[in-house]
Design a protein around this ligand. Structure first.
Ligand SMILES: Nc1ncnc2c1ncn2[C@@H]1O[C@H](COP(=O)(O)OP(=O)(O)OP(=O)(O)O)[C@@H](O)[C@H]1O
Ligand SMILES: [Mg+2]
Length: 261
């Protein structure tokens, strides 16, 4: 059975998509696993980074998006789900850029948030790993993602409010596990985009005392090559000057995959 991992945090810009995409590359390219990425975020950034591209003469590109889109999964039934085969070897259920249909799903009744899990059950059997990139909110799309997940991981960027945010997120996740999905495992919190400022240090100490068991041992510092790799849609270890970033990312992914088992 596929391991289904959601990347969740209601805050934007903490590294959900970055870690989701790099995990997909790591599993598919380095470990030869069969991987499906589901882009649950109406912004559609992950889709444009993973999908095949049509490149123009000036170097700009357009993603070539086809098949079933994530918003379709919320319908009562989907006759056939068609994924995109990406150049990295990863499969993708995509979201077009700023898809109004997916934004609308944020307010659907709870019943309808259960549809993606029902519609995808059979497809999931074809994969080793399914990775779900969640939107920055605690609404129905996050619920839909958690209902079909076996695991959830929370990337966190340190700030004065990090602890409050994490507590709210954990309440939502535990609520879903207790009410609807008792197979959901909380993998923990990955500190990402950290620096050595006094502010980050203080925020880290607060997290260490409020959720000590949930923090990953390995952390990812602020590493511009990681930003570059994600913008280009390539594995961070392919960058010649990206070895420090790659080492940190790989340590975190090894820790994550060991927890998934
Ligand atoms: N460790 C890091 N060092 C440097 N830049 C990073 C790091 N992690 C993420 N970034 C950059 O920060 C930005 C936000 O990251 P990302 O898109 O992964 O966050 P997100 O949680 O998915 O945001 P959203 O909720 O808006 O989807 C991106 O431009 C990404 O490249
Ligand atoms: Mg994102």
């Amino acid at each position: 059975m596929a391991k289904v991992i959601s990347y969740a945090n209601q805050k934007g810009g903490v590294g959900k998509s970055t870690l989701c995409i790099q995990t997909a590359f790591y599993l598919a390219i380095k470990q030869g696993k069969k991987v499906l990425v589901v882009d649950m975020d109406g912004q559609g950034n992950t889709s444009s980074r993973l999908a095949p591209r049509q490149t123009h003469e000036d170097g700009s590109f357009e993603p070539i998006l086809s098949g079933t889109k994530t918003a379709d999964l919320f319908k009562d039934s989907v006759p056939e789900i068609e994924v995109i085969k990406c150049p990295s070897g990863v499969d993708l259920i995509h979201t077009p850029k700023n898809d109004p249909d997916l934004f609308e799903m944020e307010a659907v009744p709870l019943d309808q948030a259960m549809n993606p899990a029902k519609n995808m059950a059979e497809l999931f059997d074809q994969y080793d790993y399914v990775l779900i990139d969640c939107p920055p909110s605690l609404g129905r799309k996050l619920v839909a993602a958690l209902l079909m997940s076996t695991h959830v991981v929370c990337p966190v960027k340190l700030s004065g409010f990090a602890v409050d945010g994490v507590e709210g997120l954990l309440r939502t996740i535990v609520g879903i596990r207790e009410g609807y999905n008792n197979q959901l495992n909380i993998l923990g919190i990955i500190i990402n985009d950290m620096d050595r400022s006094v502010n980050h240090d203080r925020s880290l100490k607060e997290l260490e005392s409020s959720v000590p068991d949930l923090l990953f041992k390995n952390k990812i510092m602020h590493r511009p090559p990681l930003d570059f790799a994600i913008t280009e849609g390539i594995p961070v270890w392919e960058l010649r000057y990206g070895h420090v970033a790659a080492r940190e990312v790989e340590a975190v992914l090894d820790e994550l995959l060991a927890k998934v088992g």
